[in-house]
Design a protein around this ligand. Structure first.
Ligand code: TYD
Length: 205
């Protein structure tokens, strides 16, 4: 089963990813992330830091996803592992549809078409949502801020994410990222166990 964690920068997504390592240890999940499970991730980070060009950046993020699927996700899923990824394709559909706006026609359609036929849709996606002001406050102390981490961008990215959650209500679970860290981690861990059990009993029917 493939579970993904999504949300704008500053929602505490990576903290949640860390907390799940402890809470779900008995299930021995494979914890992974995008960008960066292979050296392609280094190229992505470099393109983002140098702000080369939005199309270069978007296609590198997709290349990183392909490498991630080939080296981590597919092998783990074929071994029947639970996979939990900190960011995945919805990050592209949300962030790059904003960064490519005005650069190419229909960025979201272009991005989705690029994934069609070979990517894997997650079974469950937890979307951490937060007022953008709170996300910016949390990011204020961070020294290495990416060009995405600006109000104008994050507002639009979060709007995209929330639109995806409305489009696919059975896959997305929207989580209030202002709740206590521990409360969020317990809720998500239990929801993952529940989803896993229901998918197993469904398979037995
Ligand atoms: P992340 O590693 O979550 O941030 P950090 O380095 O702060 O821990 O992701 C790096 C940035 O890349 C983040 O601002 C979101 C962005 N991103 C995209 O724009 N598109 C993508 O497809 C992915 C996976 C991330």
């Amino acid at each position: 089963m493939l579970v993904t964690l999504e949300g704008i920068d500053g929602t505490g997504k990576s903290t949640l990813h860390e907390a799940l390592k402890e809470k779900l240890a008995d299930l021995t999940p494979v914890f992974t992330r995008e960008p960066g499970s292979t050296w392609v991730g280094d190229a992505v980070r470099r393109a983002v830091a140098e702000q080369i060009d939005p199309v270069t950046e978007a296609t590198l993020f997709v290349a990183d996803h392909a490498a991630h699927l080939a080296t981590v996700i597919r092998p783990a899923l074929s071994n029947k592992k639970l996979v939990i990824s900190d960011r995945y394709s919805d990050s592209r559909f949300a962030y790059q549809s904003v960064t490519l706006n005005g650069v190419i026609p229909d960025p979201e359609g272009w991005l989705r078409a690029m994934h069609n036929g070979w990517s894997i849709v997650p079974d469950k996606t937890f979307l951490l949502a937060i007022p953008v002001d709170d996300a910016l406050t949390r990011l204020a102390g961070k020294s290495d801020r990416e060009h995405f981490e600006r109000r104008e961008v994050l507002e639009k990215v979060q709007d995209r994410y929330l639109a995806f959650a409305r489009m696919e209500p059975s896959r997305f679970v929207v989580v209030d990222a202002l709740l206590e860290k521990e409360e969020i981690a317990c809720f998500v861990a239990e929801a993952i166990r529940f989803t896993l059990q229901s998918s197993q009993s469904h398979r037995r029917l």
